[in-house]
Design a protein around this ligand. Sequence first.
Ligand code: NAD
Length: 505
Amino acid sequence: MQKLSEPIIRNIVEEVLNRVAHQRGTSPRAGSTSQAAGCPGNAAAANAGASSYTAHKSFRGYNGLFSDPNDAVAAAKAAFEELQYRSVAERTAVIDIIRSIVIDQSVELGTLEMNETKIGRLEHKIDKLAGLGRNAPGTEFRQTEIFTGDHGLTIIEHAPFGVVGAVSPVTHSLPTIANNAINMIASGNTVVFNPHPSGKRIAAEGVRRFNEMILRIHGIDNLINVVVEPTLQTSDVIFKHPDISLLVVTGGPGLAKAALSQAKRAIVAGPGNPPVVVDETADLDRAARSIITGAAYDNNLLCLAEKEVFAVDSIFEALMSAMERAGAVRLNAAETETMTRKGIAETGEGAGRHYVPSRDFLGKDAKVLASGIGKNISDRVTLLFGETDESNPFVPVEQMMPFVPFVRVRTADEGIAAAKKYEHNFRHTAVIHSNNVDTITRMAKELNTTIFVTNGASTSGNGGGPAGWSSFSIAGPTGEGITNPMTFTRSRRYTHCGSLHILGK
Ligand code: NAD
């Protein structure tokens, strides 16, 4: 239980004064924006909201930080009820606060995340925050569908679920939280996060900053909530809580399985092991630059990053040379063998024994990996690579470190078959470098992934390329794809009979 500190008491007093002012109709909040647009707001509804909100225990002043997940859900529920009385314009303004914090404070927050998690690259921690601030879709993504006919009209509106229960990964702790929060608030939800324990401090600090400014400017707290000491038990409380109406989880296979076994809807952004095929028609320099861009980003932590390459024999050596020209460092056979021994560990017992990335190398810089195998390279090198065969554990394992295995295949079709096998049917991401549209089409059909990129870096498939929005939750297993505000809505139909079809006489 959290103690009532002086600021909390001050906030409670402030809230009571606000509500009194609001009930007298002097509050600036609900309805003001729509009135400015020439459509009167609904003052009665706004006042009804104030009184229903009063019925709840106040968590105002907590800024979304909770040690008890039950309190976090209660606070999120109260905030959801309050949010329903706020205009869409106000939701946009709230989201703009999150955007401004992740953009303006990206260096400080990115550094805090880097210092806490100790994986990835600082410049990409900063880039991820600033990038999502610019790209994460907000209220402009809301849609309404209308059907009209001889007998009236039907409107499909997309309503919020209510309080979302979410889990975030260590690979992008605050970026996942901020991106999800922007999307979820855009569609009118509030959220409780159980963050990864190794990224809990940055999760709490980001959430505190968002809520603190939202409360100060808009008088509403706890739209985004976080369990400050997350465990598997606290996530279980969130999963099973009756006031959580939707689960949204981002992480590896264990988490995906746990979420899918719950008796409520789960949106699962699960693991990936994205394969790359390079055929004899590809632009090899472009392929090499693209592989380095995607695979080296944040030291290969992205779930969509290139994890293994299948290149046809006739261009294999030319591709390896192109990789070196583009700045990656090739390991020889002995070095690749040492890298495999040090970079991959085994875990589990009996039939459950399997390979995992080693803790010492996961998310570390290429220079750290190289020095771990006794090789000295420049600080500027971001990616190591080497030839392996298919049986090397770097091929099936989602390594999340900047070493990529290159496997020689006889034909593009053999590469596509291997890519399909080692993507493990995660249906996450696959990449091909080819100028043969038939080969490209065959691979797209065979792999059947959520993201499929041709002739570019994997990151271009998630808003980093020609077009489209980005997200840190790519829901492959449950099919929602790259999440956006519409992902977190329920469809509601309204039908009006007999009139309002304004065409004809
Ligand atoms: P992780 O699975 O170890 O942890 C993710 C989160 O789940 C953490 O908060 C962790 O505490 C929690 N968790 C783990 N097992 C759980 C269980 N049984 N029940 C409840 N909670 C559980 O993953 P990570 O190391 O933080 O992140 C890397 C993994 O996440 C990779 O597999 C990567 O591909 C995946 N990922 C996927 C996406 C996507 O959009 N699809 C995005 C980022 C990361």
